[in-house]
Design a protein around this ligand. Structure first.
Ligand SMILES: *Cc1c(COP(=O)(O)O)cnc(C)c1O
Length: 356
């Protein structure tokens, strides 16, 4: 007999992020710059100091202390894992799981709902407003349900729209979540690109966790490291649920050493923010609709041209962007990651050729 997967898994679509061999890759919101060469050297040297025959420090003591210093919180309020996606999975295993509900407001990051379904939760969806900002009536509709969700997701800056939720809106969602015993997760994968952070709202008596990643601003997508900052009591539950020794010694070192290069990271971020301004201004000169972005990518929709056809024409010119044109609420939209000046110029030249 052929072993059968869980019925819900058998019916699922996997997560797809198509990759193609092209000269200019602006489709996955990675940093266009590598991390500092000095960090790579330091890490290579440090690899020799690892007791490779021993299991890693299960508490990731030094890494958590370094992250805690960065944000001015207690190390007990930091939970690191293999990418923020594993952080999200661990939160969902501990606070959602089978028989519980998880709230998202569309359009947003597909993995929030996807991972929730993987752990057996039911996903309840609300809608964002016409400009993709949070609609508090829709927030109340999901949270005031007689069977309220046990976890609710915000993503700010939101992927794929780039919209930053306002401090007032996030405070209001947090108050509603608190009243309903719901844990609010604010995914800040692009937090350093935005004008404010929900990290300032984290406290041991608030049901709020904020997730961050080394994949984007830290130029370390290959390293798979992310973390959350939240109440110490929540972090304690997460350590019960995550696999023992989930974070290897090399990765703990990589993260800790990376944090010695904050200035370099911030310089990369401000350069990308400048570059984002240039790209948005240039898109404004073309027949496309553009959304303001607080992240390292920009969502746009060609006017009077089919989004998928424009995506294909860009690929023909060896420029890859993310095709969101068939996603709900994003008909005809494409998302371009901010790259190097040269990459952005190549994108703009190709798009101008296609649209004018
Ligand atoms: C890229 C991204 C992440 C990063 O996930 P990692 O597992 O840390 O690489 C998380 N959330 C959002 C919204 C993202 O766009």
């Amino acid at each position: 007999m052929t072993p059968t997967p869980r019925a819900d898994v058998a019916l699922m679509d996997g997560y797809h992020s198509p990759q193609l061999e092209v000269a200019v890759r602006l489709n996955t919101n990675e940093s266009p710059e590598p991390p500092p060469a000095a960090w790579v050297d330091e890490l290579a040297r440090a690899a020799r100091t690892i007791a490779w025959n021993r299991y890693p420090d299960r508490d990731a003591t030094e890494l958590r202390a370094a992250i805690a210093r960065l944000h001015g919180v207690d190390p007990g309020q930091v939970f690191p894992a293999n990418g923020s996606n594993e952080v999200l999975q661990t939160v969902l295993l501990a606070y959602a799981g089978a028989g519980r509900r998880v709230a998202v407001w569309e359009p947003t990051y597909a993995l929030h709902g996807h991972i929730a379904r993987l752990v057996g939760s039911t996903v309840v969806e609300g809608e964002r407003g016409p400009d993709f900002s949070l609609d508090l009536a829709e927030v109340r509709r999901l949270l005031d349900d007689p069977d309220p969700p046990s976890v609710a997701f915000l993503c700010s800056p939101n992927n794929p729209t780039g919209v930053v939720d306002s401090p007032d809106a996030v405070r209001e969602v947090l108050a509603l979540a608190r009243a309903r015993g719901c844990l609010l997760v604010v995914d800040e994968a692009y937090g350093q690109f935005a004008p404010w952070s929900a990290l300032e709202l984290v406290a041991d008596d608030q049901p709020l966790v904020v997730t961050r990643t080394f994949s984007k601003t830290w130029s370390m997508a290959a390293g798979r490291l992310g973390y959350l900052v939240g109440p110490a009591a929540v972090v304690e539950q997460l350590f019960k649920v995550v696999l023992p020794y989930h974070l290897d010694s090399f990765k703990q070192l990589a993260g800790r050493l990376a944090l010695e290069y904050v200035d370099e990271m911030e310089a990369r971020v401000s350069h990308l923010v400048e570059e984002r301004g240039r790209l948005v201004a240039a898109l404004g000169e073309l027949p496309v609709e553009v959304w303001p972005s607080g992240a390292n990518f920009v969502l746009f929709r060609p006017i009077e041209r089919d989004g998928r056809a424009v995506w294909e024409a860009l690929v023909e010119r060896s420029v890859l962007v993310r095709d969101c044109s068939s996603w709900p609420r994003l008909e005809g939209c494409l998302r371009v990651t901010i790259g190097t000046t040269e990459e952005d110029d190549a994108f703009l030249t190709a798009l101008t050729e296609i649209l004018t």
